[in-house]
Design a protein around this ligand. Sequence first.
Ligand SMILES: [Zn+2]
Length: 249
Amino acid sequence: MELFIAVILGALIGSFLNVLIIRTPLDQSVSFPASHCMSCNTPLRPWHNIPIFSWLFLRGKCAFCGTKISAQYPIIEILSSLIFLSSAIKLGINFQAFGVALTFDLLLALSVIDYRYKMVPDSINLSALTVAIFSASSLGQIGYNFSNALLFAGGFTLLRFYLSYAIKKEAMGEADIMIAATMGALLGIQLGLVSIFVGAVLALPALLLTQGESEDSKQLPFIPFLAMGCWIVLMFDTYVSAYLAGLYG
Ligand SMILES: [Zn+2]
């Protein structure tokens, strides 16, 4: 029953994520105007706004004008549900699990925006970092998350200085440093570094596939891979920690 609540909550927040994904890159307010058809602008009735199910009932079409509604809506809502479900299974039904799930939801929104618009809005990025720091079961843990975020932000800033000097152009953006800080806050130093490595390994095939393409399309969005790496390491943290202990034990 409690896990069912996590799924519902995930779908509802996923529905709001869709609004963030559509409106943030256009610099529009996320609260006004109310949900409406992107084509005919008719405001949606409440029953057109039920996550996942409305899209299925309407067969992916606007009830008023029949224009196709992107499958992105139900896909994001389903992914958000799965994020909340897995977080609840992993951490239990508590404030920390909610914070962790919300952080990954915001990273999901960032991933889609990064992929589609090649931009990373600071508003969502900083929200993810802030929620990650406060995803804790005690005050002490908030302090611990905060210091890990500082270490990762600082470490990546230093790395950026050296890299930029070495390749004689700006290496990594500020957005990457914020993401790194979020990963540090969520996972701590050791697992945070592992998750960046996992993200890089996941990005490798995509990097090779886009190699031959034009200069313009070479800009592979890295955030989706970092977010996936972070999620995998968090879900399997006991295995990763045991493996690391075996390596350095
Ligand atoms: Zn319409």
